[in-house]
Design a protein around this ligand. Structure first.
Ligand code: IMP
Ligand code: MG
Length: 369
């Protein structure tokens, strides 16, 4: 990962892949042009590296020149293209190939076409190393495309972010989500998970996503996902993981400026843990740790019986029901403990002591992540 100004970028396209695409384009263009001597026109600044590598690969005589246009501000393309250096030679009757580093909205390309409108060239072809089809808003034909990429900001190989990154020989893609602390919080019934989640949320500016709450919210508000989930529940069937994941994704997207998330009540199975990893990856992030509050069974039983006396919750009153819930918890979470341990992400925290002491233990574990 690299940092340019205030933003982080991750490796995206290797120098080798770029080289392959460039070789392919040079061969293809040389075959199409035949024996004529083309004029290759680079669009400065970005295309200097593309042009330099391209012409070295071009197997026949050719001419090279540049025009200089400017459109980008930071990470956004603007409509307003400035013509800084125009055409400086007569191109009448010539075969011209414009070499672009990247075509994004196509605004720059529109300006290129305006520049050539009154030139009596024999033919005008457009070649670009990178192309963002989702961003392209014009109809101009792109004759040669090196690599199609998603609509995300990239740097390297001539492309910059506010002046930096042009000299990097490979291409990096922006990390849209910056650093996050994403916790999967576990604890047997009575371990004090809810209390601790409240503290962690405050202390680390995390968003607490309790799967139970998310379900109730979606069903109550009759969202599309809520109705879908309900249709399974009404049939007595399990809600498919994908539906739950989609709900969680919606929660994650609602909170893009959070420092991270506390997942509570999810995952419950290996498949769900994997799905959660995929979701986090799609947000350029990952699960930082599974944090499990560890409390001895006998203490849990005493705590829950005590709670049952004041709360009147039926499931807290009967000792055998309590023991069964605790057992069920260990049966179910054992697999997840293995899953996260394998990635060195499992942290057991002693959950016996005062609320403050336990918070300190949790913080110690999180601060080391
Ligand atoms: P367009 O006018 O929107 O097609 O954008 C073309 C110009 O914007 C390119 O020549 C680049 O200078 C710049 N640009 C577009 N996308 C990126 C990117 O992802 N990284 C860096 N510069 C970009
Ligand atoms: Mg450019």
């Amino acid at each position: 990962m690299i940092k340019l100004h205030d933003k982080y970028f991750k490796p995206f396209i290797s120098a080798k892949e770029i080289d392959k695409a460039m070789t392919r384009m040079a061969t293809e263009i040389a075959n199409d042009i035949g024996d004529e001597i083309p004029v290759f026109i680079g669009i400065l600044n970005g295309s200097f590296m593309v042009v330099s590598d391209f012409v070295k690969k071009y197997p026949k005589p050719c001419e090279v020149t540049f025009i200089k246009l400017a459109s980008y501000e930071g990470v956004k393309s603007t409509e307003d293209i400035q013509r800084l250096i125009g055409l400086t030679q007569d191109l009448t009757g010539r075969t011209v190939v414009v070499l672009e580093d990247i075509i994004d909205t196509g605004n720059t390309l529109a300006e290129v076409h305006r520049i050539f409108k009154n030139e009596q060239v024999k033919s005008l072809k457009i070649a670009t190393l990178f192309y963002k089809p989702e961003a392209y808003k014009k109809d101009y034909k792109l004759h040669y495309i090196g690599i199609e990429i998603p609509n995300k900001f990239i740097v390297g190989y001539g492309l910059d972010y506010d002046g930096l990154g042009r000299n990097i020989p490979e291409v990096y893609q922006i990390k849209e989500t910056q650093y996050m602390t994403n916790l999967v919080l576990f604890g047997p019934p009575g371990a004090g998970k809810g209390t601790q989640a409240e503290f962690l949320k405050e202390k680390y500016n995390l968003v607490h996503i309790s799967t139970g709450d998310v379900f109730r919210f979606n069903i109550k508000n009759e969202t599309a996902l809520g109705m879908l989930a309900k249709s399974y529940m009404d049939k007595g069937a399990l809600v498919p993981d994908q539906v739950t994941i989609d709900m969680l994704e919606a929660e994650v997207e609602k909170n893009t400026d959070a420092n991270g998330f506390i997942f509570d009540g999810f995952p419950r199975t290996n498949a769900q843990a994997k799905a959660l990893d995929v979701l986090m990856q799609s947000k350029d992030s990952s699960i930082s740790a599974m944090i499990a509050l560890e409390v001895d069974d006998e203490i849990l039983v005493q705590r829950l019986i005590g709670r049952g006396k004041t709360s009147g919750r039926a499931d807290d009153a009967d000792e055998s029901i309590i023991r069964n819930r605790i057992k069920e918890y260990y049966d179910k979470t054992a697999i997840l403990k293995d899953y996260y341990s394998a990635q060195n992400k499992y942290f057991g925290v002693d959950g016996v002591g005062s609320v403050e002491d336990i918070t300190i233990r949790l913080s110690n574990a999180i601060d080391k992540l």
